[in-house]
Design a protein around this ligand. Sequence first.
Ligand code: AHR
Length: 326
Amino acid sequence: MKWMWMVALVALVGCKSENKAPASAEAGAPGAPAAQKKLSVGFSQVGAESAWRTAETQSIRGEAEKRGVDLKFADAQGKQAQQIQALTSFIAQKVDAIVLAPVVETGWDVVLSQAKQANIPVILVDRGIKVTDDSLYTTLIASDFVEEGRMAAEWLAKQTNGKANVYELQGTTGAAPAIDRKKGFEEVLAKYPELKIVKSQSADFTRAKGKEVMEAFIKSDGQQIQAVYAHNDDMALGAIQALEEAGMKPGEGVTVISVDGVKGAFEAMVAGKLNATVECNPLMGPLVFDTITKVRSGEKVEKFIKNTDRLFEKTNAAQVIGSREY
Ligand code: AHR
């Protein structure tokens, strides 16, 4: 009889190990068993300077919650030093992965080498970096900012028949979207000698600074201003306010184009005050965690996972505003 009990026990143990979750269904992956150790991810966010950034934060936080991921969130309030501190703390806590939205392009080598030594994959979101060794990060999930700048310039050239005085509101100095959106825009402008950037200044991606810088442009150049190119919608919305307060007509007398495609920009287009916006999708949550799952299961991922963006104009804004998700 004793041997029968032994056979039953061996069969039971065998069943248990077969029921083990496959490697691909770890915590964080859709359908992962609840009892598994939670996937822990550190997310270092730039701050909350724009509606776009808030939408990105909500997307990543919401998706983490949905998947039962233990997300350690750190808001750097626009400071690289705070991001480096957050990353150092994530490494000390031995998180399973790090998600970094870097405020500026340079200065990441040391802390990312520490992450690499600790075997922690680093997923860059929305902004790229410049490092001496590309293996310091696993992948970048983002839009092509140079292409966004080109799209904005091509649209403006068409709209103005290649002739206008353009006033540019740049994003945060040293940030990839500020550098690349300027680069792509200027690349196209080189084909149109009468479409010129007259003044260009950083307004740090915020609505308040967009208004402030635009007020200074109006004070010095007034009626010469024919077009505004803002590196994001928030700065354009601030500029629109400044133009209106000065008795000028954004969307008619002054052509305004920006980047992001947030709800506020669509409202301004419907109201006829913003002419166009180039979409830059911030809803990265699902893709971020799918990518982390792939990386952890040993699957190879592309070094640059690119979002596809479109341009929206005030003529079609009313038709699509209802379906906008951010
Ligand atoms: O990195 C993306 C940019 O950063 C967005 O265009 C802007 O709104 C944000 O703050």
